[in-house]
Design a protein around this ligand. Structure first.
Ligand SMILES: Cc1ncc(COP(=O)(O)O)c(C=O)c1O
Length: 438
């Protein structure tokens, strides 16, 4: 059994996280419940930040908050000197509500609305990552109207696509995001921006994929982007100062996954950028990255309560939990794999193979297929590991299921940071039908 971060087993045979008994948490806040191990989040954040600091490289480590966005996580991110990236007015609003320093907020998105762009200017955020030509024109208009400066990067597609252990170099990037680096679009974007006074062009951003377990793909992307910076500098004398290499650092969901330490990814990235900058004779740019999953993924655990069960003789044993695809869409969406335990039976031996099914009206609503656990009974607490990224943030009210509670644990203490939705919450946006009432 692989335990993450501060997870341990206490003398009752229960799973603990951050020194807190998960069975106590289940009783106190109910299930389903997301539990975040703050010590692990902080360790990962420091892993990335320290790796840049050790080599004296100017950097920003921006938490990609789409992985899990809530006031409390922005507060902890601020404590850890992270920057954050947001992809909507909603995430931006949440970060601002949390008091997150606006100069360390970066705004992404392929279709930011005019209102969202105004919101970003009004909050004086640190940087907007421009995705397309339409946005360049919108930003020019807004900056002129407000007579306000704004730092900008352009998002480029470098023709490197990476996922897990594979990466490919694609001739042309068929992506809804960004400007293609090789077909002249990135050059056109640069031309439209670098002489602007209010829009302060800083450099380029690329994001090459997710769950990446090797460093070569990042190095290759870095090479391509630095190469382009050097060409522009040669042609115009303009020195781009920022290279943002996005997120995508892999984490361990199951024994099949073999992630690298944050420091390893960073060290190889720095090496590649330094080499390329030296080869092309340009100054080393600031390096920015945007880890999401690798900051919050394995820090999160979901607690569920076992209800019904069903044995299909010689085929399968189902146990059903009180959540499912409404709090974790990833297995149904892309066949994501997870590990789980019975949190109140940590010292009992695994003897029965189960499929853990959710409670939603979809046959595909299964969290894990074929996992061997101790004998499960009604009322047991199932803990699914590594659910901290893209779990709560992708949660839905499908079947009008209330979204779970979120709890932070650290040093033996626990705190509710997002309360569970109530039935009242579920109907609070609904208005009665009145047409035809005269
Ligand atoms: C632009 C950008 N940056 C960062 C991330 C975070 O990726 P991950 O959670 O895999 O680190 C994403 C994820 O989709 C992204 O699109």
């Amino acid at each position: 059994m692989h335990l993450y971060g501060t997870q341990a087993i206490n003398d009752k045979g229960n799973l603990t996280i951050g020194g807190v008994d998960t069975i106590t948490l289940a009783k106190t806040y109910g299930t389903p419940q997301f539990v975040y191990d703050l010590a692990l989040f902080r360790e990962r954040a420091r892993g990335f930040i320290d790796a840049f600091a050790q080599q004296d490289v100017k950097a920003q480590v921006a938490y990609a908050s789409k992985a899990f966005s809530a006031v409390a996580i922005y507060q902890v991110a601020a404590q850890e000197n992270l920057s954050v990236d947001v992809v909507s007015g909603g995430e931006l609003h949440t970060a601002l509500q949390a008091g997150f320093p606006s100069e360390r907020i970066h705004f992404h998105g392929n279709n930011k609305s005019i209102e969202e762009l105004h919101q970003a200017f009004d909050a004086k955020i640190g940087c907007i990552v421009i995705d397309n030509f339409y946005e360049i024109e919108l930003l020019k208009e807004i900056a002129a109207e407000k007579q306000q400066k704004m730092a900008v990067l352009i998002r480029v597609t470098p023709g490197v696509e990476a996922h897990t252990h594979d990466f490919i170099t694609t001739g042309q990037a068929d992506s809804k995001f960004g400007f293609d680096l090789s077909n002249g679009q990135a050059d056109q974007a640069f031309e439209r921006l670098y002489k602007e006074e209010l829009l302060q062009f800083k450099g380029m951003h690329c994001h090459i994929g997710s769950q990446i377990f090797e460093t070569e793909a990042f190095s290759l992307a870095a090479r391509k982007v630095v190469d382009k910076m050097a060409v522009w500098e040669k042609e115009t004398g303009f020195k781009a100062s920022v290279l943002n290499l996005g997120g995508g650092f892999g984490i361990r969901y199951t024994a099949e996954d073999s992630p690298l330490e944050p420091a390893v990814y960073v060290a190889d990235m720095i090496k590649a950028v330094k080499k390329e900058a030296a080869d092309f004779g340009i100054e080393l740019p600031e390096i920015w990255i945007e880890p999401g999953r690798s900051l919050v993924g394995d820090a999160g655990t979901t607690l569920y309560t076992v209800g019904s069960s069903k044995e299909v003789p010689k085929v399968r044993n189902y146990i059903a939990i009180d959540g499912g695809m409404s709090d974790n869409i990833r297995p149904a969406l892309y066949d994501a794999k997870y590990e789980a335990v019975i949190a109140n039976k940590m010292t009992q031996s695994n003897e029965i193979t189960y499929t853990i099914a959710g409670k939603l009206c979809e046959s595909g609503d299964k969290i894990i297929e074929d996992i061997t656990l101790p004998k499960a009974e009604v009322g047991d607490t199932i803990a699914t590991f590594c659910t901290g990224a893209y779990g709560y943030s992708m949660a839905s009210n499908y079947n009008r299921i209330a979204r779970p509670a979120v709890v932070f644990v650290e040093d033996g203490q626990h705190q509710l940071v997002v309360r569970r939705e109530t039935l009242e919450d579920l109907v609070k946006l609904d208005l009665p039908f009145t047409l035809g009432e005269g």
